[in-house]
Design a protein around this ligand. Structure first.
Ligand SMILES: Nc1ncnc2c1ncn2[C@@H]1O[C@H](COP(=O)(O)OP(=O)(O)OP(=O)(O)O)[C@@H](O)[C@H]1O
Ligand SMILES: [Mg+2]
Length: 330
């Protein structure tokens, strides 16, 4: 049987199909309890395509409560504390859970104002090379109502922080683009600001450990209505965090790792930070080295990072004591 010839689609049909397929799904916001907490927040359904994907995370009740209140009040939220305790992971996990779009800015010494606000870039137009303004990522986030994470804000250059100041005005956010004269505002469109820093001004004694950070001025800090202190978790909390990240690791080993972390942090002779990140790294190596490889894993993920001889000695003692090894084994 001969096939019926297919009729070429008329332009009006093509347009109709395009219209149907480009219909945006209706967006609603529904009550959603953040797992493991009593906090109910609004979840976007469907999740925004630029929402971060879910990663293993244990939500700390107190921090989520503060974050929820801060967001409800339209405040900028600063997360501060030692390295590797979940400052960056928390806003990311919340946005993943709530289906909200988030863009992370790593504010190192190389970040320029033009990266945030935009810049003129060469473009060919009618065969002639001209300059065309390209909007920066922060300006786009303000326009489109994305949340932003200003990560390592204490490493940003002062010039960058001054540009951020009007953006951080909690009830009158604006960003003026000198090249175009445009002023972008962002109110009630979902734009929200999270920032993280190890030394937001008062961890001055830790400045050597966090070399490369800059002192923040009082006016900048004052623009954060909610400052959340993210500190080391309790041993039970840490156990749950390590286990969720490394579910294949022997649970007795995870317990031992968390005991080492707890003891080192409370030991006056031990001056370094000892992060949850380090516990996760150690457990991850143990998963590969096996039960016999706990010390080998400890050398790679813990001991070789401890330059101060006293810290290394204290850590060696506590690790051997908790895992029942003779110190000569290390
Ligand atoms: N609540 C948590 N649940 C599960 N894992 C966690 C949690 N908090 C921290 N972690 C683990 O610790 C790691 C480090 O967290 P994160 O990158 O957020 O640290 P940070 O505080 O931002 O550190 P830094 O100051 O060095 O940037 C995460 O990748 C994750 O493995
Ligand atoms: Mg971080």
């Amino acid at each position: 049987m001969s096939k019926r010839p297919t009729r070429p689609a008329m332009q009006s049909e093509v347009d109709a199909v395009r219209r149907v397929t480009s219909v945006k799904p209706k967006v609603t916001f529904v009550d959603h309890t953040i797992p493991g907490t009593s906090v109910v927040m609004k979840r976007r359904v469907p999740a925004h395509p630029d929402a971060p994907e879910n990663r293993p995370f244990i939500f700390p009740e107190d921090q989520v409560k503060d974050l929820d209140i801060g967001l409800k009040c339209g405040m900028n939220i600063m997360l501060t504390g030692p390295t590797g305790v979940g400052k960056t992971a928390l806003p990311r996990a919340i946005c993943a859970e709530l289906g909200l779009p988030l863009v992370r800015f790593n504010l190192d010494g190389e970040t320029r104002v033009s990266n945030l606000r935009g810049m003129n870039i060469p473009a060919a137009k009618d065969g002639v090379l001209t300059l065309q303004f390209s909007l920066g990522a922060l300006a786009k986030c303000m326009k489109d109502g994305y949340a932003v994470l200003l990560d390592e804000i204490d490493a940003a250059l002062p010039s960058v922080r001054f540009v951020l100041q009007p953006v951080l005005e909690e009830d009158n956010r604006s960003l003026t683009i000198p090249e175009t004269g445009e002023t972008i505002t962002a109110l009630d469109n979902g734009f929200a600001v999270f920032a993280t820093g190890n030394t937001i001004g008062f961890r001055v004694t830790q400045r050597a450990a966090y070399a490369g950070t800059n002192m923040m001025n009082a006016a900048f800090l004052d623009r954060f209505g909610m400052v959340i202190g993210v500190d080391y978790p309790t041993k039970e909390q840490e156990y749950a965090r390590v286990l969720i990240n490394v579910p294949g690791c022997d649970t007795d080993i995870i317990d031992g790792i968390c005991r080492v972390a707890e003891e080192l942090r409370s030991d006056d002779k031990f001056k370094s930070d000892f992060s949850t990140r380090r516990c996760v790294q150690w457990a991850r190596l143990c998963e590969h080295f096996g039960t016999e490889g706990v010390l080998r894993a400890a050398k790679a993920s813990v001991l070789r990072k401890l330059e101060m001889s006293t810290d290394a000695r204290v850590a060696r003692e506590i690790i051997c004591h908790i895992f029942g090894y003779d110190e000569s084994a290390l």
